[in-house]
Design a protein around this ligand. Structure first.
Ligand SMILES: Cc1ncc(COP(=O)(O)O)c(C=O)c1O
Length: 323
């Protein structure tokens, strides 16, 4: 499975001394928010194989669906700029507008700076139908379209987070001599988490991956992660009887996707003040709120070592400035 190179190096693993002193366990952060074009973030690992597949299929136009504050769309446009491929964002407003500049600031602004090709559709329009309509126009104009899967969470995309699990295992050998007890990640479309779960299982580590859902509030997301994890394991190590170790918590979504929570806002302030690291109101803050709660409830204990995956999303801090 080919990869295009969108990331020049491993993401760094940083110990958080001040947060660890405040909360108890030894907490590290994996900086997947840094590096790569378009402002960086977790989707770039996924796009390395997805875009390679598009190029294998002779595609020259990448089509993605997203809203005006979509990190996934912003990162795809950045990767496409770097590789000199055309990209089209089929875009609609999905999150209730949080302030008068909500659809122009943050990711929307960065996409504009990259001169993104935005096809605006109505709120009620169906993403898949509209992507296919745009794809037909691309073909009519003599080009070859490629539709990016939702959240980059298919088998190819999720393998990017198997790479991340392997990086953590190597980095932790130097830091602690053993694998971490817990890896914490926000979970939206599921690919980030599935890649991590499969990665630790295939490496036969006891590390437990805990995903805090930011989108689904029901069993759907657990089913998605289980199916994707199985797909990765079957691809990389077929017929193995590996121990899959994960937990998916849907209690920190709050009202709905894209609406900040009180716990999340506190977490943003805590990380900024203690460590000078910025979390976002839509994804990473909700996962950090979950981690803080688990430590307070002793589900994660003082003796444990934890890696928090910083999946990116910094532009959202600006989009939600008034919160
Ligand atoms: C910053 C950030 N964190 C987490 C996620 C969720 O990752 P996944 O869709 O792989 O579950 C996303 C997805 O858009 C994201 O942009």
């Amino acid at each position: 499975m080919n990869k295009v190179k969108l990331l020049n190096r491993e993401s760094s693993l940083e110990f958080l001394p001040n947060l660890s002193a405040k909360l108890g366990p030894k907490i590290y952060i994996k900086r997947d928010d840094q590096g790569g074009r378009g402002g960086g973030g977790n989707k770039l690992r996924k796009y390395e194989r997805i875009i390679a597949d598009a190029l294998d299929k002779k595609a020259d136009t990448l089509i993605i669906a997203g809203h005006y504050q979509s990190n996934a769309a912003r990162e795809l446009v950045g990767a496409a700029c770097q590789l000199r491929i055309k990209s089209i964002v089929v875009c609609k407003s999905m999150i209730p507008e949080q302030n008068p500049t909500f659809n122009e600031n943050g990711n929307a602004l960065l996409m504009k700076l990259m001169n993104a090709n935005i096809v605006a559709i109505d709120k009620e329009d169906d993403f898949q139908i509209e992507m296919e309509r745009v794809a037909k126009d691309v073909v009519k104009n003599g080009h070859q379209p490629y539709l990016i899967p939702f959240g980059g969470s298919n088998l190819l995309g999720s393998l990017g987070y198997l790479d991340c699990a392997n990086e953590i295992i190597e980095q932790f050998k130097n830091e602690e001599g053993k694998s971490p007890n817990y890896v914490i990640t926000p979970t939206g479309s599921g690919g980030t988490m599935a890649g991590l779960v499969a990665g630790f299982a295939i490496a036969e580590k006891s590390t437990k991956v805990i995903g805090f859902s930011v989108l689904h509030k029901d069993q759907t997301i657990e089913n998605i992660v289980t199916r994707l994890t199985d797909e990765i394991v079957n691809k990389i190590k077929p017929n193995s009887n590996l121990k899959i170790n994960f937990e998916l918590d849907t209690n920190f979504v709050g009202d709905e996707y894209g609406i900040p929570t009180e716990g999340g806002k506190k977490a943003i302030g805590m990380l900024a003040e203690l460590e000078g690291i910025f979390l976002c109101p839509v994804y990473t803050s909700k996962a950090m709120a979950g981690l803080i709660d688990y430590i307070e409830k002793n589900k994660i204990q003082k003796e444990d070592t934890v890696v928090f995956i910083h999946t990116g999303g910094m532009p959202l801090v600006h989009a939600y400035y008034n919160q």
